[in-house]
Design a protein around this ligand. Structure first.
Ligand code: ACK
Length: 302
């Protein structure tokens, strides 16, 4: 996530206001693990209020100042983002007396990608589950648009909208998450650019970003949202199978190649994806327009 065009700065005063003492956390089961960190389910205790279940992101090697700084920067951006029903909430941060830990709202159903994989397996046994669950996924996509509208209103650009970064809370509410560590947890979906150190979600990136990473905007988030719609209709398959490398993807897009229409969506829904994948970002709709179109046509999937 970036704030406007700047890379964001670390505001220690802001962080101190949201400090959580680590003794209030009682750790539990590991939800996911990667090379740089892991996510655990934990209980956050409070002297006067009820305990709450939270997800805690921890860095493994806290001595790596670069990773630590990156996580602190992401935290500040999440704080700038403020609360919204469709953005995962930040409860606070532990930064004293031990490794950095981000305390996040817990999403009991995990990531949307995970859910899509489960749905794919279920639908092999019984295809009617798709039609029965259609409205849930339609609704989630509208919710993600609401989250994107909120980010845009705060002048925040997410840069990594993808099914792996949408978390599903109780009652099936979709929330935009990952302000950093997903890159580490999900190997699929990220690639290192030649000569660069960053893992980039190339297959979700708008062409202007594939050319120039400084060009992430709300409109490039809309491009990624189009790929997210495609992931839903493809039950969590990876886009552009066999096509690797930023240059190769960019050339294909410039030559008008687009992800093909998934079998499990209507022509109208595919047209909406194509709108999100307009080469020129100025002609792409914004999140509000995409949301209106989804609401006007709530039977586009499956
Ligand atoms: O795909 P998942 O089920 O959802 O597995 C990954 C794993 O941790 C590594 O990222 C899950 N995860 C991440 N953040 C949260 C959260 N706030 N609540 C619940 N699960 C989470 C994610």
């Amino acid at each position: 996530v970036t704030a406007g065009s700047s890379s964001g700065s670390i505001d220690m005063e802001l962080l101190k206001e949201r400090e959580i003492h680590r003794s209030r956390l009682q750790g539990g089961q590991i939800l996911g693990e990667g090379a740089f960190g892991h996510v655990v389910k934990a209980t956050l205790t409070h002297p006067e209020k009820d305990d709450v279940t939270v997800a805690v992101k921890k860095l493994k090697d806290d001595d790596d100042t670069q990773t630590r700084q990156a996580l602190l920067r992401e935290t500040c951006i999440m704080l700038l983002c403020g609360n919204h029903d469709n953005v995962i909430g930040l409860k606070g941060i532990c930064f004293r007396d031990g490794p950095l830990q981000l305390v996040l709202e817990y999403a009991e159903h995990g990531s949307l990608l995970h859910l899509l994989w489960t749905l794919r397996a279920e639908s092999k046994l019984n295809r009617t589950v798709l039609v029965n669950k259609r409205h849930i996924f339609e609704n989630m996509m509208v919710e993600v648009c609401s989250g994107l509208e909120h980010l845009a209103s705060r002048r925040l650009v997410h840069r990594d909208i993808a099914a792996r970064n949408i978390l599903i809370c109780g009652k099936g509410t979709a929330k935009i998450a990952d302000f950093g560590l997903a890159r580490d947890m999900y190997a699929v979906g990220y690639h290192r650019q030649d000569g660069g150190n960053d893992l980039l979600p190339l297959k979700w990136m708008a062409p202007e970003c594939l050319k120039n990473e400084a060009r992430f905007t709300h409109k490039s988030d809309v491009w990624s949202f189009g790929v997210l719609l495609w992931e839903v209709a493809q039950l969590g398959r990876t886009p552009y199978p066999g096509m690797e490398g930023a240059d190769r993807i960019y050339d294909a897009l410039q030559n008008h190649f687009r992800l093909p229409r998934p079998q499990l969506c209507t022509e109208e829904r595919y047209q909406l994806m194509l709108q999100c994948w307009k080469f020129n970002e100025k002609t792409r709709p914004d999140a509000t327009t995409v949301k209106q179109q989804l609401e006007a046509d709530p039977n586009g999937f499956f």
